[in-house]
Design a protein around this ligand. Sequence first.
Ligand code: UD1
Ligand code: UDP
Length: 439
Amino acid sequence: MKIAIVLGTRPEIIKMASIIDEIIKRNIELVLIHTGQHYNKEMSDNFFKDLEIPSPNYNIHIGSGPHGKQTGLMMQGIEEVLMDENPDIVLVQGDTNAVLAGALAASKLHIAVGHVEAGLRSFDLTMPEEINRKTCDICSLMYFIPTEQSAINLLSENISRKKLFITGNTIVDACFRHLKIAKKRGIEDKSLKKLDIENMNNIITLTMHRAENVDDEERLNNIINALSQLTETNIIFPIHPRTKKNLKYFGLWNKINEIKHIHIINPLNYLDFLLLLSYSKLVLTDSGGLQEESITLNIPALTLRYNTERPETVDAGGNILVGSDEDNIINNVRKILNDSSFAENMKSATNPYGKGNTANLIINTIEKFYKEGLLDIRLPDNMMPSFKRKITMIKDKITVKEFEKKNNSLIHLVYDGEKMRFPHDKLNIKSMMITYDQY
Ligand code: UD1
Ligand code: UDP
């Protein structure tokens, strides 16, 4: 079997690392394609080194640019590689332009697409990421989904349950493995070392790069105003290149640099960043990955957004959406710092993203599909099957699998009272309402 992986940005390298590791361990042939969307050493190369993954076989060197151009050039480059390499499956991760380009290029070549971190929805179509996720989920053949809630999103969009696999999120694999390594190695980054975080009080890790915040002068200014009032804290801010560029563009660079308790440094390598997190009282962020890492490492998170495609973290109590509202930011930071039972509750939120064995589960499932010939995309042999979509209330004790066998059907969604449930094979559906396709 040959697996191709398409990645292009910092979070994709981090979240694909354990999958790459697993592929190599199992001696499966791997083709690693980097689109080059992130190209600075501290946004790309450093992660290959820290996470101990091989250099890409191909780098398309796309660089920065507007969405259409960036995605179009990526598609062209990825298509050429895929035509040469002809892999059995192409894996993409998350919601960046690489995901969109990889999924479109592969599916049009009739190569199976596996979407890692599928099913997330913010329901906010102003986010380029929401468009990328949804489009990728139309093109995919296998969906590796972090949580049941995201799986229900896909079922609600009429995607067949047979292609959905709830595996957790590979960020947990990365956090668990690399925090241990980081603790042994200690801080390496010179700027972080100089800050002497071991002896600092009230450390807050701040990251921010989302277009809705950093491309909007008013929001950016609101957030800076809030931060400037938190004089009792030390805010460590490894700055994303997009944010640095925009702060300069809006004339806010000097303003933020004059705030004594904000310490701006270059983006950190993964091990140093995990160490910084481990010293932090809380995280202020608009990053997707950081909302997941915070709950994994038991650090309260305040998310600088008005919606999230990771609602599980909010439901679990580990994450609060504060938007870019000054009072909201300040009040919630102070509550975490001063109200220990409030902070403890946030810290003890249950991590919804699995146990750290996500890559293993993903590759097991791909191997099974490969052996059963299910990765092949061919012209259908038979006449289009006809089926009726039905709804019924189940009175008797019966599992999903038993019902499907008895009725030659596929259950779509299960309603347990007001709650939507994922139709796991062994779920007993007595007294539940189901929708199903009958063949
Ligand atoms: C991209 C993803 C976003 C993801 C983020 C992770 C899309 C649409 N966006 O956003 O979903 O959360 O990566 O960090 O795919 N720049 C550099 N050096 C680099 C990379 C970027 O200087 O190595 C600067 C350039 O000025 C560029 C800007 O940052 O124009 C934005 O980069 P881009 O890759 O377009 O989007 P991100 O904001 O990084
Ligand atoms: N990260 C890092 N160094 C930094 C900032 C972030 O290693 O200076 C890691 C962080 O641990 C997380 C990932 O980068 O795993 C998040 O990336 P980003 O916020 O750029 O993208 P998003 O997750 O929002 O797509």
